[in-house]
Design a protein around this ligand. Structure first.
Ligand code: NAD
Ligand code: UDP
Ligand code: UDP
Length: 313
């Protein structure tokens, strides 16, 4: 008799594969479900020898009948170029995917955690963003499939909690980076590192004065697991991210310094609806989860650069 595995949707992706690693290290059984849209078998290949690990190809917009313990719902492309590639599928993944995972959790009476996002705050008028802020999102813009999809998923999580008494958890993840991001991910940290390592120009969109706060993946996964382990009455939403704020220009300069690259900086137009500022208020996570990020940007970047050096020829 083995314990029911913990389900990780999007388990072959960047965050999901690190979560699988952590859960397995803690002695748990893991079922990874992924349709490999942005995920890669390489991210989980090291786990296949592990008898407590199992991977299944499945698209969560379709119902899923399996017997599992907790559910971590991470399936969804996170990078703007990938979630805008097939926006209808992105909305379906957020909304139908959440519905199916909630239906599964309801049948099994398991805990279920949703990987939501700081994008629910849109281009925020409140800075830094607390969980009480309702956001400023364009419902018909090119980011809406993701932003509004994730907002609707949160709505479903809170309605299943109120209507069916489910033990739901919602974490709002802010920009996270680390090993196993794709070289073609399109987000700023991987773009800058890959460009620097290849000697290509560093592409700053706009003037580079917009800000982001970057959380290292290990810190983020620790916060997510702590949230799952909160009492049933505690559903969030809760911000998880690193409050240290940097301009995109500062990030470019840091990557150039750490790689020793001679790449030059070029400016490209700012994408539509690109938020000017983003920084989490993590007071709630500090108080309620006893969590705060530990990895400094430079240290996390060094690890990430090491990874990209190993996969880029
Ligand atoms: P990722 O693209 O690396 O991983 C997403 C995974 O989901 C991939 O393996 C992909 O193949 C899979 N997937 C996509 N659609 C699917 C579907 N319909 N059915 C099954 N699998 C599907 O992205 P990530 O950075 O690891 O993000 C994971 C989660 O965390 C996402 O839900 C994302 O919205 C959220 N998040 C990430 C960040 C971040 O900075 N990385 C920030 C905020 C929120
Ligand atoms: N669902 C699933 N796996 C299960 C149970 C349900 O994928 O083990 C799906 C089901 O197909 C449905 C969704 O989850 O589309 C929501 O389920 P719920 O029971 O809340 O709604 P209902 O089936 O009553 O529409
Ligand atoms: N960005 C940039 N150059 C790039 C990729 C992104 O200057 O090559 C900028 C982007 O315009 C945004 C910030 O970096 O202001 C963060 O972008 P990312 O796509 O990583 O995440 P998000 O916009 O979702 O926070």
């Amino acid at each position: 008799m083995t314990h029911a595995p913990i389900l990780v949707t999007g388990g072959a992706g960047f965050l999901g594969s690190h979560l699988c690693d952590s859960l397995l290290s803690a002695g748990r059984n893991v079922l990874c479900v992924d349709n490999y849209f942005t995920g890669r078998k390489d991210n989980i290949i090291h786990l296949h020898a592990q008898p407590r690990f199992e991977a299944m190809r499945h698209d969560i917009t379709f119902p899923l009948y399996v017997e599992v313990g907790d559910i971590y719902n991470l399936a969804c492309p996170a990078s703007p170029i990938h979630y805008q590639f097939d926006p209808v599928q992105t909305t379906k993944t957020c909304v139908l995917g959440a519905t199916n995972m909630l239906g599964l959790a309801k049948r099994l009476r398991t805990r279920v955690l949703q990987a939501s996002t700081s994008e629910v705050y849109g281009d925020p008028f409140v800075h830094p963003q607390t969980e009480q802020y309702w956001g400023n999102v364009n419902p018909i813009g090119s980011r809406a499939c993701y932003d509004e999809g994730k907002r609707c998923a949160e709505t479903l999580f809170f309605d299943y909690r109120r209507q069916y008494g489910l033990n739901t958890k919602v974490v709002r993840i802010f920009n996270t980076y680390g090993p196993r991001m794709r070289p073609d991910d399109g987000r700023v940290v991987s773009n800058f590192i890959v460009q620097a390592l290849r000697g290509d120009p560093i592409t700053i969109y706009g003037d580079g004065n917009q800000t982001r706060s970057f959380c290292y993946v290990d810190d983020l996964i620790d916060g997510m697991i702590r949230m799952m382990d909160q009492p049933a009455s505690y559903g969030g939403p809760i911000n998880l991210g690193n409050p240290s704020e940097f301009t995109i220009r500062e990030l470019a300069e840091c990557v150039l310094r750490l790689t020793g690259s001679r790449s030059r900086i070029v400016h490209h137009p700012l994408p539509a609806d690109d938020p000017r500022q983003r920084q989490p208020d993590i007071g709630l996570a500090r108080d309620d989860l006893g969590w705060q990020p530990r990895v400094q940007l430079e240290d996390g970047l060094k690890e990430t650069i090491r990874y990209f050096r190993s996969i880029i020829s």
